[in-house]
Write a protein that binds this ligand. Structure first.
Ligand code: SOE
Length: 385
C-alpha cells in the first residue's frame, strides 16, 4: 500500500499546470515509489478559477485563502506556484506549520526574503525542493554524469544563453496574470531572475560555484501599461542581461538572456569546453546531447549527436522504448519522482531552498554589478551534489 502525500497547490497559472501534470503522471511511470501524490486542494484568489482548475486537473477541493490551505491538517506538502513576491510568506507559514514545501523558481523576488525562507525551512527541518526543472531533462542529467566521471577533464569555459522574443511589442502590459513577470514588484527582476536563474542553477550543478560576476543589463521599453492601475508606469525589470564570471574551479563563464531576440521562443543553450572533451545542449532539441571527444581517433573525430532515449540513459527506462523522445513536461515528472523518492530515505531533493538561495545570490550580484558597473563577489558557497 502506498503512502499518500496530500498536495496543496497555490497558484493556477502555467506552472500550476506543469506541476499538476507531474503529480498526475508520476505514480504511473515510477510505480516503485513508496509515496503517491494526492491532489488534495488547489488555491487561487479567484474562486471560479480555482474551481475550474480543480475540476480540470483532478483536485478534490479548492480554496481562495492560502493561509487556510497552509493551516489545513489534511495537507502534507504545499506547492507554491504564485508570482515570486508571494513565495516567501507562503513558504515561511508552511514551514512553521510543519508542511513540506515545493517552490517554483526563483526562490523569491528579493535576496532578503530568500534568506528568511531558507532559514525557516531549515529550522523547521521540512522536506523541500525548488523547481529548477531543466536539470532533470535526461540529456542535461547525462551531461552531469559525463562531467562527474571526468570525461571533460579540466573545464575552461561555460557558456549559456536563454533567449526569448515575447516582450518586443510596447503593447505588452506589465502586471496581472502571465505578465506579472514584467512587473518588478511581483517578479523582483526581469530576465535575470526568470531565465538566467535557470542557466545559473544548471551551471553551478554542472560546474560548481560562481565566485564573482560582471554584468550589463538593459531595459529597452521604459514604460508599459500596468494591468492593475490601467496606467502607463515605469518598467523596473531588466529586459536583457549579459554577464561574465569566474567559477570556483577557475573556469570562465559567459551568460546572456533577453526577451528581445526576435525568432527565439525559449532558446536555452549551454556549451562546456574541457581539456579533453566538450558538450553542448539546446532546449529546442532537448533529447539530444552533443559531445566532442579529442581522444577519438583523428580520422573519425567530430561532434557526436547523442539521442538520449536509451534505457541506460538517465530516466529513460521509465518511458517508452529506445528512439522515442520525451518533452519539457517530463522534467517536472522527474522532479516530482525524485522528491517522492527523497522522502523514502529522508535524503534531500536538490535543488533545495539552500541551493536556490545560492542561485539567488548570483542573480542579486548580477543586478548589483550592472547597477554599479563593477565586479561583485557573489558569496556563493556551493556544496550541492
Ligand atoms: C518565461 O517565459 C518562462 O515561462 C519562465 O518563467 C520559465 O521558468 C522558463 O522555463 C520558460 O520561460
Amino acid at each position: 500500500m502506498k503512502k499518500e502525500l496530500k498536495i496543496g497547490l497555490i497558484g493556477c497559472g502555467f506552472m500550476g499546470r506543469t506541476h499538476s501534470n507531474a503529480y498526475n503522471r508520476v505514480s504511473h511511470f515510477f510505480p516503485e515509489l513508496a509515496y503517491k501524490p494526492v491532489l488534495q486542494r488547489v488555491c487561487a484568489r479567484d474562486g471560479n478559477k480555482a474551481k475550474a482548475f480543480a475540476e480540470q486537473w483532478g483536485y478534490a477541493s479548492f480554496e481562495t485563502d492560502w493561509k487556510a490551505l497552509v493551516a489545513s491538517p489534511d495537507i502534507d506538502a504545499v506547492d507554491i506556484c504564485t508570482p515570486n513576491n508571494a513565495h516567501a510568506d507562503i513558504a515561511i507559514a508552511a514551514a512553521r506549520a510543519g508542511k513540506m514545501v515545493l517552490c517554483e523558481k526563483p526562490l523569491s523576488s528579493t535576496i532578503d526574503a530568500a534568506e528568511a525562507m531558507t532559514h525557516e525551512i531549515e529550522k523547521a527541518g521540512v522536506a523541500n525542493t525548488v523547481w529548477y526543472n531543466y536539470r532533470r531533462l535526461p540529456a542535461v542529467t547525462l551531461a552531469k554524469q559525463l562531467i562527474d566521471e571526468g570525461k571533460l577533464g579540466r573545464i575552461f569555459h561555460y557558456r549559456a544563453n536563454f533567449l526569448q522574443d515575447w516582450t518586443i511589442s510596447p503593447d505588452v502590459p506589465q502586471g496581472g496574470a502571465g505578465t506579472w513577470r514584467l512587473d518588478v514588484d511581483a517578479a523582483g527582476s526581469g530576465v535575470t531572475g526568470d531565465l538566467l536563474a535557470h542557466c545559473i542553477d544548471t551551471a553551478m550543478w554542472l560546474n560548481g560555484g560562481i565566485k564573482d560576476v560582471s554584468a550589463v543589463t538593459e531595459t529597452f521599453i521604459k514604460e508599459r501599461v500596468h494591468q492593475v492601475s490601467g496606467k502607463k508606469q515605469e518598467v523596473g525589470i531588466d529586459d536583457a542581461c549579459i554577464f561574465h564570471c569566474h567559477f570556483e574551479n577557475g573556469s570562465l563563464g559567459l551568460f546572456e538572456s533577453t526577451r528581445y531576440a526576435r525568432g527565439h521562443k525559449a532558446l536555452y543553450t549551454f556549451e562546456i569546453n574541457g581539456e579533453h572533451a566538450s558538450i553542448r545542449w539546446d532546449l529546442h532539441d532537448l533529447n539530444r546531447l552533443e559531445y566532442f571527444d579529442h581522444r577519438d581517433p583523428s580520422v573519425v573525430r567530430g561532434w557526436r549527436s547523442i539521442l538520449v532515449t536509451d534505457g541506460d540513459q538517465p530516466y529513460m527506462n521509465k518511458w517508452w522504448v529506445p528512439g522515442l523522445i520525451i518533452g519539457y513536461e517530463h522534467s517536472f515528472v522527474h522532479q516530482a519522482a525524485d522528491f517522492l523518492k527523497s522522502l523514502e530515505d529522508r535524503s534531500s531533493c536538490a535543488p533545495t531552498f539552500r541551493d536556490a538561495l545560492e542561485t539567488q545570490k548570483v542573480c542579486q550580484s548580477v543586478i548589483d554589478s550592472a547597477k554599479d558597473k563593477s565586479w561583485k563577489n557573489t558569496g556563493v558557497v556551493w556544496n550541492s551534489k
